[in-house]
Each structure stands twice: as C-alpha cells, then as structure tokens.
Design a protein around this ligand. Structure first.
Ligand code: OFO
Length: 175
C-alpha cells in the first residue's frame, strides 16, 4: 500500500510523463510538416515511449492500492524555430524529468517505501539513457551546422535509430 504522499508524487509523475508524450508528439508533427521524416519518426517513437512510461506508473499505482488520476494536459507549442531548438528543448525537458524522478526516489526513502523505490530504479536508468541520447544528437546537430547534405544524413540516421528502437520494443525490450 502506498502512502498518500507517494500516491500524490506518483500522480505528479504520471502527469509529467503524459505531458512529455504530448510535447514530443507536437515536435513529431512539426518535423513531419517540415519534410524531416526521420526526425518525425524519432519523435513519434519517443512520444509512444513516454506514454508507456505513464501507463507503467498508472498500473503500478493502482496495483499498490493507490488511485491513479488521468490528467488534463496543456497544449504543447505548435512550432519550433529550428531543429537545434527542438532538440535543445528535448534535452532540457529530460534533465527536468530526471530531477523529478530523483526527488521521487528521495520521497520513497523518507517514507520508507522500498517497493516503490525499487520500482523507480527502472526510471532512473531510463533517464540516464535518454539524456545521453539527447546529448549525442545535439552534438551531431552542432557538427552539421547549416550543411544541407549533413542534415539529409542526420534525418536518415534518426530514422534508423527509431526503427531499431521500435524493433527492440517489439522484441520484448525494456520500454
Ligand atoms: Fe519518461 O522518459 Fe523521458 O521524459
């Protein structure tokens, strides 16, 4: 059974994962409208993953005797001024989510909720991976600068990353 404090904190995290999913969906749609099909595939995939993160939390909270609340969401931005800007936001967003997960882990220790603490370790590792991926992509973008050929290859690379990650998920992967 989770305490009220942990129930509230998990519900806050459910909202954060749901809004991450919406946010990346907005980026996917923007990229698709700008002819960047690989980037769009990457963000669509990422948006799906965030939804899975949300579902995992909802199911866990309900199983542990808490009540998961499905949140209302704010509309994400319609436009992003550049690719750099979109990925910069992705990284900032992931760093913020990592900080929130860390706070949640800390709350679990204070409440002596070792079961939820254990459950959250998956999120801790996931955040490390997501931050690292966002940094790698930003480094690539910085290298490319305004080079059109580079941008074409970058878009193709992201398409491949999305296909691989979708295949890993379907093979019973971690997400
Ligand atoms: Fe849910 O992993 Fe990103 O935010």
């Amino acid at each position: 059974m989770v305490t009220k404090k942990i129930e509230q904190a998990l519900n806050k995290q459910i909202e954060l994962e749901a809004s991450s999913s919406q946010y990346y969906l907005a980026m996917a749609s923007w990229a698709e409208n700008n002819g960047l099909s690989g980037v769009a595939a990457f963000f669509y995939q990422h948006s799906d993953e965030e939804r899975m993160h949300m579902l995992k939390l909802i199911k866990y909270l309900n199983e542990r005797g808490g009540k998961a609340i499905i949140p209302a969401l704010k509309q994400p931005p319609k436009d992003f001024k550049s690719l750099q800007y979109a990925f910069d936001n992705l990284l900032k967003h992931e760093v913020m989510v990592s900080n929130e997960i860390n706070k949640l882990v800390d709350d679990c220790l204070k409440e002596k909720d070792y079961t939820t603490h254990n459950f959250l370790q998956w999120y801790v590792s996931e955040q490390i991976e997501e931050e690292a991926l966002a940094r790698t992509i930003l480094d690539k973008l910085n290298l490319i600068g305004n080079d059109k050929g580079g941008l074409y290859l970058f878009d193709r690379d992201l398409q491949n990353i999305s296909v691989q990650s979708a295949a890993a998920d379907n093979a019973g992967g971690k997400k």
